[in-house]
Structure formats: structure tokens, C-alpha cells
Design a protein around this ligand. Structure first.
Ligand code: DGY
Length: 319
């Protein structure tokens, strides 16, 4: 019996590659870096199923050239890289990888929060460069975290997981979300508020909304003006949710204490000033980057594809 034809856009961790080899016939030669547009199109032309990542733009034109494609399993929880309408029109199921990366991404958000508030990269650099001359009473003074207010914009799985970690830091949580949380999903110390209130009253604001037409530049110049000059902004969601130029202006003018960024508007490029501002900690989109999360993401993709090809409902269908 011939194995189903799978287009895989990137090399995934070895346990996922081994699982793929058992069940599918690859129609691509995945590499660590994104495929070029021609190779993406060529691969999808032959494939019955695809595993793609957030950097592959799967638009209407690309889908039009994929006559056999039945399912795209996006190796990410976000799926703003895929034209869902066009997929639906062609009867192509689209799935994502929720849950398995929630805790890894929440951990990374806290790593960024602490690194930004306590100036960890600057301290690390000082020691590594041999420039540290000894303890100083006023060296690299940072901001307190314990007891401060944490603002969460978007209280879905990852936003809630970030909020849950605030307990140990005795941080009250203010959150804004389109809907109120079910009592079972909520913590009595969390309080729902409007976006302006979250921005105005929080010491740390962390973004956790998906990227959609409504959330593009959700945090722009006007929103940044609402934040305290002592506050920090964190983004581990999607770059375009935040207006990078407006963020740079706010930091330059001292209207914000700092920012921790894992995602950017035009990855892998970033606003040039973000590289030089010491108040900013920049990571290369590492939210879900633990071995176990990335393996589980791959296995979730395989399970979704298997379900569609066997005529069962896909567990993580988004379109
Ligand atoms: C996601 O899942 O959307 C992340 O950004 C990539 O892991």
C-alpha cells in the first residue's frame, strides 16, 4: 500500500521526523530554514497533506495550485499565515497545535519579564566581556517584580498560563479579553478590565492575542501613551500586534521603562533601534522552543493529518 504524500516545509526534531517516515512519503526535502516560494508551490502541488510553519504564507494562489491537498497541519498555535477562507472553499482542513506549547510559551514569557526587569542580558554581557570590576551599589539597578501588577492582554490558554505563574510573585492580575472567563477557568485574584485600564494600571503588560485584522497594531502610539513610564511591555504573541515604531518612540522618549520581545513585525528583521536600545530584551521567537513542546507539536500535526486522511474529524481543526 502506498503511503500518503506529505509536504513538510521544515526539518522538525528527530522523533517527529522518525514518526513521519513511518507513515508518509515525503514530497519535499525539508531544511531548517524556510522553503523558497517555488519549492513550497512545487511540494504542495503533489501533496495530500502538509505540515507547514508560521513563516510559510499559504494564500489563495498557493492553494489553487494544490489539487490533491486535503489537510494543512500548521506547526504552531497561531495560523495567521494561512488563508482560512480560501482553504475552506477548497475543502482543505486546517489544523493547529494548541495546548502542547502553552506552558513552554508561558515560561518563556516569564523569562523575558524577569530578564527585562532585572537587566539580565546587560549583566551577562558585562561578565562575559570581562568588563565587570566588582560589586557596586548602583550597578545595573532594575525594577521590582514581586507584588507588582501584571496586565494580560488576551486571556486564552497562554495568557491564563502566564497569569497562573503570577501567584508565586504575589502579583495581582488585570486582564482584558473579548469574553469573561468561565468561573472554573478563572482565579479569584484576577480581575477583568478594559484594555485602557489594563494599560494604565499595570506594571507589566504581556500580549497574548492571536494576530487578526482586528488585533494588528492593537498596541500603537495611543495605547503606549496610556502606560506608566515605569512599566514594561512584553510580546510573545505575534509581532504585528505591536506597532514597533511607536514602541521605539515611547522608549526613546522615556514613556516606558522597557520591553521584552520574542516576536517582530517583519521577522527576522526588526526595527533597527530595537537592536541598540538597552531597555529592550530581544529573543528570536523562542516561545515554544523546548524539545518536548516541539516534539509534541509535531505529533499533534501527524495525528490531525491521520484523522483527516482516515475520514475522522481533526482534533484541532481551525477551518
Ligand atoms: C506558535 O505556535 O504560534 C508559535 O509562535 C510558534 O511556535
Amino acid at each position: 500500500m502506498s503511503l500518503p504524500a506529505l509536504y513538510l516545509s521544515r526539518l522538525l526534531p528527530p522523533p517527529v521526523m522518525a514518526a513521519i517516515a513511518e507513515e508518509f512519503r515525503l514530497v519535499s526535502q525539508p531544511a531548517p530554514l524556510p522553503p523558497g516560494s517555488a519549492s513550497l508551490r512545487q511540494g504542495l502541488r503533489e501533496a495530500q497533506a502538509a505540515i507547514c510553519t508560521l513563516t510559510e504564507q499559504i494564500d489563495r494562489d498557493v492553494l489553487r495550485e494544490a489539487p490533491h491537498l486535503r489537510v494543512i497541519a500548521n506547526y504552531a498555535v497561531g495560523y495567521n499565515n494561512i488563508d482560512l477562507e480560501a482553504a475552506k472553499e477548497r475543502g482543505i482542513v486546517v489544523t493547529n497545535t494548541p495546548d502542547v506549547l502553552t506552558e513552554a510559551t508561558a515560561d518563556l514569557t516569564w523569562a523575558l519579564l524577569l530578564a527585562t526587569a532585572r537587566r539580565i542580558p546587560e549583566g551577562h554581557g558585562l561578565v562575559r566581556q570581562g568588563a565587570w570590576t566588582g560589586w557596586e551599589p548602583t550597578q545595573l539597578l532594575g525594577a521590582d517584580v514581586y507584588g507588582k501588577t501584571l496586565g494580560i492582554v488576551g486571556m486564552g490558554r497562554i495568557g491564563s498560563a502566564v497569569a497562573r505563574r503570577a501567584v508565586g510573585f504575589r502579583m495581582p492580575v488585570l486582564y482584558c479579553n473579548r469574553r469573561a472567563l468561565a468561573p472554573s477557568a478563572s482565579d479569584p485574584t484576577w480581575r477583568q478590565a478594559s484594555l485602557p485600564e489594563v494599560l494604565t494600571r499595570s506594571d507589566f503588560v504581556s500580549l497574548h492575542v492571536p494576530l487578526t485584522a482586528e488585533t494588528r497594531h492593537l498596541i500603537g502610539a495611543a495605547e503606549l501613551r496610556l502606560m506608566r513610564p515605569t512599566a514594561f511591555l512584553l510580546n510573545t504573541s505575534r509581532g504585528p500586534v505591536l506597532d514597533e515604531a511607536a514602541l521605539v518612540a515611547a522608549l526613546r522618549e522615556g514613556r516606558l521603562a522597557g520591553a521584552g520581545l520574542d516576536v517582530y513585525e517583519e521577522e527576522p528583521a526588526l526595527h533597527p533601534d530595537l537592536r541598540s536600545l538597552t531597555k529592550v530584551v530581544t529573543l528570536p521567537h523562542l516561545g515554544s522552543a523546548t524539545l518536548s513542546a516541539r516534539v509534541r507539536m509535531g505529533l499533534v500535526c501527524i495525528e490531525n493529518i491521520r484523522a483527516v486522511l482516515e475520514g475522522r474529524p481533526a482534533p484541532n481543526r481551525v477551518a
